[in-house]
Design a protein around this ligand. Structure first.
Ligand code: FAD
Length: 288
């Protein structure tokens, strides 16, 4: 099913993200995670794509498994930063042959060694336009409530986001955020600039103190004092931190529901029990 259609028609939509193995690594963790979560009937399951393109085959293999073996709607991520048109054509042909219609079109992070960069696509909006010309795909794009790290300011980032919707993105999924007021503020600005497609909040459960330190260091995301206090208190109690992370993410979802939001995408890091914990805490609120 097209994700844009289910986002419009379903009262609520809940979905999750997994990542495929690196080349040569085992598929066990992603297969186990997706197959146990299929029982909870998520609305769709997204599968990430390595920006270097070297896990392309693995992304396609996992989305096929999700669709054909588990009967879930898959969303295949696709990045363009290190790809030529021929590379993209090859993946699109494989997805089309497999009957995959939903694609999350991304630029990918710029590699450190800029000299090697292929130049067929500079921005995700160009990839979106290209995919659109290649078939009747339902295309999603990424958005950043706290602004993309490379952007000089939030307004220009928003203007660039509008280009993605104009190029044909039918829905947008957000980068992780931990303070819902940032998301609400973003939603006002998105609608104000004239972007009308559905926006799906991406929720990242922070379930270990190390993960929280890493996020703080790398992404610059705003981390609320509650989360920081929990990371500090449960530094040496991983089980308590895991529970706390699940509860914090569940509260984020419940607050979003209370404020009229109807779609949620959970970043699982291939750990089924994290999605299961959140799902259990919010299922009555979404009528399941
Ligand atoms: P773009 O939309 O191209 O934006 C990148 C930057 O360029 C922004 O600062 C933007 O403001 C600016 N820009 C855009 N258009 C223009 C223009 N015309 N002129 C000037 N500036 C412009 N990465 C992976 O490698 N694999 C994944 O599977 C993956 N999945 C993701 C899923 C989600 C929901 C999110 C939020 C991110 C994901 N990422 C993934 C990370 C993403 O690839 C990086 O954040 C990357 O740096 C930007 O990708 P983008 O598609 O948002 O790029």
């Amino acid at each position: 099913m097209r994700i844009s259609k289910l986002l419009k028609e379903n009262d609520y939509s809940i979905s999750f993200e997994v990542f495929p193995p690196k080349p040569g690594a085992s598929f066990d963790s992603v297969m186990e995670c997706t197959s146990s979560l299929a029982a909870l009937k998520p609305d769709f399951c997204s599968v990430t794509y390595g920006a270097s393109g070297n896990t392309a085959g693995n992304t396609v293999k996992v989305v096929k498994y999700v669709q054909d073996e588990l009967g879930m709607t898959p969303l295949a991520h696709l990045t363009c930063v290190q790809s030529s048109k021929e590379d993209i054509d090859k993946v699109l042909a494989e997805l089309k042959d497999a009957g995959i219609v939903n694609i999350m079109a991304l630029r990918g992070d710029l590699p450190k060694d800029i000299e090697d960069l292929k130049t067929d696509f500079k921005y995700a909006s160009e990839l979106i336009e290209y995919i659109k010309s290649k078939g009747d795909f339902c295309i999603g794009g990424a958005c950043y409530p706290e602004g993309h790290p490379e952007s000089p300011d939030k307004q220009s980032d928003l203007e660039n986001l509008k280009r993605k919707a104009e190029a044909g993105a039918e829905f947008l999924t957000t980068q992780m955020f931990f303070d819902n007021s940032i998301f609400y503020n973003f939603m006002y600005r998105v609608r104000d600039i004239g972007i009308e497609v559905p926006i799906v909040p991406g929720i990242m459960p922070l379930t270990s103190s190390q993960q929280i330190s890493r996020i703080k260091e790398l992404s610059g995301a705003n981390l609320p004092p509650t989360l920081l206090a929990m990371a500090d208190k449960f530094r040496n109690n991983p089980e308590a931190m895991k529970q706390a992370g699940i509860v914090f993410a569940s509260l984020q979802v419940l607050d979003l529901i209370s404020n009229g939001i109807r779609a949620f995408h959970i970043y699982t890091m291939n750990k089924a029990e994290i999605y299961e914990g959140i799902y259990e805490n919010v299922r009555s609120a979404i009528g399941r």
